[in-house]
Design a protein around this ligand. Sequence first.
Ligand code: SAM
Length: 249
Amino acid sequence: MDDKQSFQFFLDFYADLPRQGPGNDQFTQHILGLLIDLPPHPKALDMGCGSGKQSLILAQCGCRVTAVDLHQTILDGLVRRIKREKLEDFIVPVHASMDMYESKEPVDLIWSEGAIYIIGFENGLTLWKKHLKTDGYLVVSEMTWLTSNPPNPVHEFWASEYPAMTTIDKNQLLIEKSGYRWLGSILLPDHAWDDYYAPQKEKITRLRKTEMLSLSEDRILKEIEDEIQIFEENRGMFGYVFYLMQNCA
Ligand code: SAM
């Protein structure tokens, strides 16, 4: 199996799961409700939207959403959801890379759960500023260290998976340096991780039972299991933090 097939297996693994990153519908809605100065029907961009869990919530709360994702396999899930929920007038899926996306007009809100790390936290903050109106809101969730002294295996795992991961204080400095007004940070609750990993565990068990997996496919499943294990054995050491900010100018 070549690298392209392995990557497709990886994408297919996540494509039909309810969400592609740790999160929670009520939590997304709660945070959206904290953005008190939004106009009645805000124009919003959902960067790295995946199969669209957050786009749907934004639209159901009155936003007009442009939902951007690089992978058509995953975006197809959003297209199906838009049809099912009859939200064609409220969500426009766009197949594009979030660092190359060109907006037609500035928006009131950029939302991005579990995706800014792909283009780099600071790089994303800098690149996305041009899409926002003055005082427009940016909400991103980002994997963050919650301890300054993690045990070695945890440190080594993240040093290999995401070496740029840092603390809330350091991310606040990056946010302010990039020209945003810091509004605060909120930690995604643990149960959202359990809800995210449960369908993955079920899918891994099912695939192992029903499919003839190649070595590289089995290796991909093992890597997913390693991540789940690191999380379950080290709760509270790292987590997804939502960062809330406004474009200063
Ligand atoms: N926000 C979704 C959620 O929470 O369910 C998806 C999060 S998932 C961890 C990251 C998403 O970013 C995937 O859907 C992936 O296809 C997408 N992605 C990866 N690279 C991208 C890029 N350069 N531009 C846009 N989307 C990208």
